[in-house]
Design a protein around this ligand. Structure first.
Ligand code: ATP
Ligand code: MG
Length: 190
């Protein structure tokens, strides 16, 4: 398994979705999966906004990151998901995502604080942050069929961010495999 390499822990920092938005978006993604089975659609319970992918860290490094994250002092902010976007070729995107209609600057600012904590803990600098909520990844290289229109999701207040451990390729109760995310710590915004 890939989440533990020589005792190192695969982890990332993210903003979680409230249960309501998660459920609505999860139903939409199920409909998308029926339309576009050539894509691996994120299960509802895995939906999140990545602030920083940490990769495989030694537990001592992960502890330093966690301590740095605990020192972040930022206010809560409102966030609203927006339209669909993609990375990769237009007709056959590699990644489908949902952008932010509100809270993008605040998210970027929070990600910069997280990045600072990571650098202070000794991690290599990350590539520039671009806020997005990943919905699906291509697994076929085929063209993307037309998708149903995305649901309108209520804005919400982000009052915390989360350090997750990621366990890749875990069996799912309904069959198949996907990554499983375990919250290691939650950090409140003021
Ligand atoms: P899988 O890779 O099996 O699809 P996953 O992507 O759900 O599983 P991880 O690869 O552990 O699980 O990723 C956790 C989070 O970190 C996801 O939001 C993912 O998009 C992001 N991420 C993963 N790898 C990178 C990377 N190299 N750079 C930036 N973000 C990444
Ligand atoms: Mg991945």
């Amino acid at each position: 398994m890939d989440d533990e390499k020589g005792g190192r822990i695969r982890s990332f920092v993210a903003v979680e979705l409230p249960a309501g938005q998660r459920a609505v978006l999860g139903r939409y993604l199920e409909a998308c999966a029926r339309c576009a089975p050539g894509y691996r659609w994120v299960p509802a319970e895995n939906l999140h906004l990545t602030l920083r992918f940490l990769g495989h860290l030694e537990s001592a490094t992960l502890d330093r990151v966690r301590e740095g994250l605990a020192r972040i002092r930022e206010p809560r902010f409102r966030i609203a998901l927006g339209g669909l976007g993609s990375f990769g070729p237009r007709r056959a995107p590699r990644v489908l995502w949902m952008g932010l209609a509100e809270g993008c600057d605040e998210c970027t600012h929070l990600a910069a604080q997280v990045e600072e904590a990571c650098l202070a803990a000794g991690l290599e600098p990350d590539r520039p942050f671009a806020a997005h909520l990943t919905l699906a990844r291509s697994q076929s290289r085929g063209t993307l069929p037309e998708l149903p229109p995305p649901p309108r999701l209520e804005p919400w207040t982000v009052d915390a961010f989360t350090l997750f451990r990621s366990q890749l390729n875990q069996p799912r109760p309904e069959g198949g495999h996907s990554s499983r995310y375990l919250p290691l710590a939650r950090f409140a915004l003021s």
